[in-house]
Ligand binder design. Structure first.
Ligand code: NAD
Length: 482
């Protein structure tokens, strides 16, 4: 049984409870991990606090070199890591490899970027004698990194990459159902030379240890990715102590396909955007609005391609031209999708394809679905749909499409398919979301700030900006120059 990583060592919980990690394709237990308690959280935060002075005083170049070495080790071990990620999460091995590659890319990005940060020099008025100002960056201290089950590794990377290279120490808490690949990655950081206590991992349920981690007085920053209700709860806990936070939360991304769109390219992008990771993606394409002129062509090509998916065990490749889709991560998640689908069908939606179990009586499988025109008050429209179910709508007026795109409490991503520069400008300006892709797949680039508005989040991850989110800027005025 893998143990937690606290102070550079494998550690069991102070209590005796375990959590079983279950393979969603087979319903078999993959492994067990300790069910951490608040006392374990204290031990991990203490280890991180003890490691902070030396790590923050280490040269940026050395810190970056260790993070880059860890990235190289992860890349070397991708073939072992991927099946582990598949076993605990469910995604096909090829998608697991894709996730690991994204993690490696992100870690290298921050390792390189950290050594290029330049500061500010400012001439100052000589009101009190000649002086100049400069702005220095001080790491914050212990940072918590709380991650969800859908992309356990890339979302870990977006937090620990910028945190570690800027001199902070980290306590990571993966989802209770996907701790295994995270523990393995943390071990690789230790192997790569990361000093003890700089990166700690506690395994456990959010309901048992989440509050203890967020409210710990030595945790200065919380980076959270997960659902909107838990994100709001974390904000309410972190606010009174003025902790720095970023919240990357749920979404209901709209896609608008205009009359001049490259329909084939749009269908291919929506297929990836909605059905990758069995639709369990925050920035998935969750509502598609198609102009009347191209609606029939779009929907028939979409349904045709969706029919190629074959839900099954992610370790077994589908035979071409079939495409493998893994299971839904939990039974509760699959059941909720079935309820949302049923609600859409009962409120005027026509289920064009999907919704069955794919012939599986074991594992939480769901055949990917397309639903035409469910009512605006159906759950497929008003809620986040976290799985492979896609509602499509017809529109004739672009303004109306924008209004319907915005008719959601979420505001994570959005996309537009057109070559009309006026519409591109309108969408970029008027769609309420943290990101708009134009003629492109929904994807979180390491290079660009990413994060939602409205109920989708608070603050940004990714991009060079993230380096500034892990430091305090401090202005220093230097006088006595004469
Ligand atoms: P979740 O909110 O249930 O859990 C996320 C993490 O929070 C887990 O580690 C969980 O154990 C922990 N947690 C639960 N209660 C806690 C508490 N009281 N205090 C601290 N931590 C607690 O989310 P999930 O079901 O694992 O993930 C799916 C959700 O994540 C979806 O809504 C999805 O849209 C969102 N998501 C957002 C992004 C983004 O970048 N915006 C990316 C991926 C996933």
């Amino acid at each position: 049984m893998p143990e937690m990583i606290i102070g550079g060592e494998a550690r069991a919980s102070v209590a005796s409870g375990d959590i079983e990690v279950v393979n969603p394709a087979t319903e078999e237990v993959v492994d067990t991990v300790p069910a951490a308690t608040p006392e374990d959280v204290d031990a991990a935060v203490d280890a991180a606090a003890r490691a902070f002075p030396a790590w923050s005083a280490t040269d940026t170049e050395k810190r970056a070199a260790i993070v880059a070495a860890a990235a190289d080790l992860i890349a070397d071990r991708a073939k072992d890591l991927a099946p582990l990620l598949t076993a605990e999460q469910g995604k096909p091995v090829a998608e697991a490899i894709g996730e690991i590659n994204h993690l490696v890319h992100g870690l290298h990005y921050y390792a390189e970027a950290a050594t290029k940060v330049q500061g500010t020099y400012q001439d100052l008025p000589s009101t009190f004698g000649p002086s100049y100002g400069m702005v220095i960056r001080r790491p914050l201290g212990v940072c918590a990194a709380i991650t969800p089950y859908n992309f356990p590794l890339t979302l870990l990377g977006t937090k620990i990459g910028p945190a570690l290279v800027t001199g902070n120490t980290v306590v990571a808490k993966p989802a209770a159902t996907t701790p295994l690949a995270t523990l393995r990655v943390a071990q690789l950081f230790v192997e790569a030379g990361l000093p003890a206590g700089v990166l700690n991992v506690v395994t456990g349920r959010g309901s048992d240890i989440g509050d203890a981690l967020v409210t710990h007085r030595d945790v200065r920053r919380v980076a959270f990715t997960g659902s909107t209700p838990v994100g709001k709860h974390i904000m309410s806990l972190a606010g009174p102590d003025l902790k720095r936070i970023t919240l990357e939360l749920g979404g209901s991304d709209p896609v608008i396909v205009c009359e001049d769109a490259d329909v084939d390219a749009a269908v291919k992008a929506v297929i990836i955007g909605r059905y990758w990771n069995a639709g369990q993606a925050c920035l998935g394409c969750k509502r598609v609005f198609v102009h009347d002129d191209v609606y029939d062509a779009f929907v028939s090509a979409l349904v045709d391609r969706v029919g190629r998916y074959e839900p099954g065990d992610g370790t077994v490749k589908a035979e071409k031209p079939k495409l493998r889709m893994g299971p839904i991560h939990t039974k509760a998640g699959r059941d909720e999708l079935l309820e949302q689908l049923e609600d859409g069908a009962s409120k005027g939606g026509e289920v064009l394809i999907g919704g069955g179990s794919g012939g599986h009586d074991q594992g939480w499988f769901l055949e990917p679905a397309v639903v035409a025109d469910p009512a605006a008050d159906s759950r497929l429209v008003t809620e986040e749909v976290f799985g492979p179910v896609l509602p499509v709508f017809r529109y004739t007026d672009f303004d109306d499409a924008i209004t319907r795109a915005n008719a959601t409490s979420y505001g994570l991503g959005s996309s537009l398919w057109t070559h009309d520069v006026r519409k591109i400008h309108r969408a970029a300006r008027d769609i309420e979301s943290g990101m708009t892709w134009v003629n492109q797949i929904h994807y979180g680039y390491d290079e660009l700030p990413f994060g939602g508005v409205k109920d989708s989040g608070f603050g940004k991850e990714h991009g060079l900006e993230a380096l500034d989110h892990y430091v305090e800027l401090k202005s220093v005025v230097v006088g006595g120059l004469a």
